[in-house]
Design a protein around this ligand. Structure first.
Ligand SMILES: [Zn+2]
Length: 410
């Protein structure tokens, strides 16, 4: 028989011993601070932790992530944790993203990059290190297990010729960390049971196999879906496998090269008629491009080389989130324009793809009033009254003149 007092006493000791153990096991970091830290705002709120896979070896991944400030942490195959961005600041790791109707998840999340591939298992040293890191971050930011997500869960793509609506499936990044097996090893008990934005009709599913990995009802169903990806090692276009299936949002990039069955080579940016790319065409993804990256330069300019706005923007030309800035300073949304109007856009017209109009700066309304800390992100653009488009990280808020217009990534 143990008395209540005795039990309390014992519980007290247990707590003390646990606390001592925890401090003995304090996380060890290697510092690889990004030079971007100083220019990035501190987040207002932190709701999520987003897990990524680098799809590239450690050294090249680390260099790139550091120089562009694209993650807070990197975990290498030996389980070493690198600190890259201050965990309170904004890192650019999600690109076009949404969760529960909230867009631009970089504003609300901590990013953890894991050296590895989206569909192959990581080392036990990595599992152990990520588990510790998650515990620490979840405690710091009060994040429950079901808000530890993967990049593939939150990324989404804009409409294109294969998917007429905004869709999930733009990235498979970090996919493995949604499986029951991996989450168990990471000590995560809960996970989202379904995709909230698909359920609400905001997005559609473009990659049913990915959806099965992320939200499969059984571990077996998830495993089968992961295994299917292994058969996709050869990047050849077939009846069931489109250029989008292989290259995702990089399909029209100049870095993506299409090797036709007759040996001819074409860059993604040179292809106009996607319906005529023959079956059997091999797709070479650009070197050094990570599955993780947003390939597209958002600002496109109608030039004197005869390329129309429609040629430059492609399937997104009449999208509400394609914004045109005409040479006379007028601003139009793609959804307001006819195909004829878009085809006739004059040289010098600029198109911003995947953007919304934040608003105009006035004497009483600063850039901060319009969009909070987002005004100084590199993904934000400011149209100066002189016609220059300046990225947020190149601006000084006090120097943004009246009548400047702010554009925000959707
Ligand atoms: Zn990623």
């Amino acid at each position: 028989m143990v008395s209540p007092a005795h039990r309390r006493f014992r519980r007290g000791w247990t707590a003390l011993i646990l606390a001592l153990c925890a401090s003995a096991h304090a996380l060890e970091y290697k510092d690889a601070w990004s030079p971007r830290n100083a220019e990035r705002p501190i987040r207002d709120r932190t709701y999520y932790i987003i897990l990524h896979t680098t799809e590239a070896p450690k050294e090249s991944a680390l260099n790139k992530l550091r120089s562009a400030g694209e993650t807070h942490f990197l975990v290498d195959t030996a389980g070493k944790i690198y600190r890259i961005m201050d965990q309170r600041r904004v890192a650019l790791h999600c690109g076009r993203s949404m969760w529960k109707g909230l867009a631009d998840i970089d504003q609300y999340s901590v990013g953890v990059e894991v050296v590895g591939r989206y569909n192959s298992d990581i080392t036990s040293a990595q599992y152990a290190a990520i588990k510790e890191l998650l515990l620490e971050l979840q405690r710091t930011f009060h994040i429950p297990d079901n808000r530890v997500l993967t990049h593939s869960m939150v990324a989404y793509g804009a409409p294109n010729r294969w998917h007429l609506r905004s869709h999930r499936g733009r990235k498979r990044c970090g996919m493995l960390f949604a499986t029951t097996a991996a989450r168990r090893k990471l000590g995560l008990a809960g996970k989202p049971a379904c995709d909230p934005d698909v359920d609400a009709g905001r997005l559609v599913v473009a990659d049913p196999y990915l959806a099965r990995v992320l939200y499969g009802v059984s571990a077996k169903q998830q495993e089968d879906a992961v295994t299917r990806f292994a058969g996709e090692a050869n990047n050849v276009i077939s009846r069931n496998r489109s250029a989008w299936d292989i290259a995702r949002d990089r399909y029209a990039s100049a870095e993506t090269v299409y090797i036709l069955p007759d040996g001819a080579r074409k860059r993604g940016s040179e292809i106009r008629d996607w319906g005529r790319v023959p079956i059997g065409t091999r797709v070479a993804l650009g070197k050094g491009t990570r599955e993780d990256e947003d390939s597209e330069e958002p600002v496109k300019e109608v030039g004197a080389d005869g390329k129309s706005a429609g040629d430059l923007v492609g399937d997104e030309a009449r999208n509400e989130n394609t914004i045109y800035i005409l040479p006379d300073g007028k601003i139009k949304r793609g959804s307001e324009l006819t195909p004829g109007r878009i085809a006739a856009m004059p040289a010098g017209t600029r198109a911003l793809v995947g953007y919304t109009i934040g608003g105009q700066v006035t004497a009483r309304r600063s850039a901060f009033d319009i969009c909070g800390i987002r005004w100084k992100l590199p993904s934000t653009y400011c149209l100066m009254p002189c016609g220059k488009l300046v990225k947020g990280d190149k601006m000084d808020e006090s120097a943004i003149p009246k009548n400047a217009v702010i554009f925000l990534r959707e």
